[in-house]
Design a protein around this ligand. Structure first.
Ligand code: SF4
Ligand code: SF4
Length: 221
């Protein structure tokens, strides 16, 4: 989700790279689950998240949207586009994947936003850096951890290239939808965008990046 904030007010003023150490270590959360309880509709999912959820839960996009008493994901408007986000369990007011023990039930394939927290990303000069949101995780006496380790994402260089490309694709899609004046054409555009990048099934046995690149290339045809 895009946020219009003064980064100096919410961070320590520094930009970080994945090889940098940052004070974010929270002893495996030590019984805290605060950040999973205030997610509301903020965990917007990208195609890599959907690929990971598909792999981890053995369910395609349509099943993630519809299966179970509380489906895994929901569609909602985010920054002018219709995008999937993680669902919440309204009864407990927390992410629907927070289990009874207050732990993440999908830890190994949790979305990118969950891996990142309490870091954020800032996009500048054609690239992006990480920054520390100093008022987020309240755990005291945090320890230093390398960002690469914190994220725990396989093939991080490929993932970071994807993150940047996806940011640009979203920006272009927002521009296009903003220029469309008819409601039905806007709906048509958003449906096609969802289908291309999310709904058409990803093969979990194949590389995500190859599949994403094919979908991205078809934008130019
Ligand atoms: S707020 Fe911090 S300590 Fe609590 S669950 Fe989130 S990351 Fe862990
Ligand atoms: S997916 Fe896991 S880490 Fe992310 S908000 Fe839900 S319970 Fe928390």
């Amino acid at each position: 989700m895009i946020r219009e904030v003064d980064i100096d007010e919410i961070s320590d003023g520094r930009r970080y790279r994945s090889q940098d150490m940052v004070k974010i270590g929270c002893a495996d959360c030590s019984g805290c689950s605060e950040c999973c309880r205030k997610v509301d509709d903020t965990i917007i999912l990208d195609p890599y998240d959907i690929y990971e959820l598909t792999r981890g839960l053995g369910a395609g996009f349509d099943e993630l949207l519809t299966q179970g008493s509380i489906p895994a994901i929901v569609l909602g408007m985010a920054d002018g586009l219709l995008l999937p986000h993680l669902n919440i369990d309204k009864e407990i007011g927390a992410c629907r994947f927070l289990n009874k023990d207050g732990r993440c039930g999908i830890h190994n394939f949790r979305p990118g936003f969950c891996r990142l927290y309490p870091l954020g990303r800032i996009y500048e000069n054609g690239g992006f850096s990480y920054f520390l949101q100093v008022y987020e995780c309240p755990y005291p006496n945090k320890t230093k951890v390398k960002i690469r380790k914190w994220l725990g994402i396989e093939n991080l260089p490929a993932y970071e290239s994807f993150v940047l490309e996806w940011h640009d694709i979203l920006a272009a899609a927002r521009k296009e939808t903003a220029a469309i004046t008819s409601e039905s054409e806007t709906a048509k555009y958003m449906t096609a965008f969802l289908k291309r990048f999310y709904q058409d099934p990803y093969d979990p046995s194949q590389s995500f990046y190859d599949q994403f690149n094919r979908r991205k290339s078809s934008l130019d045809q």
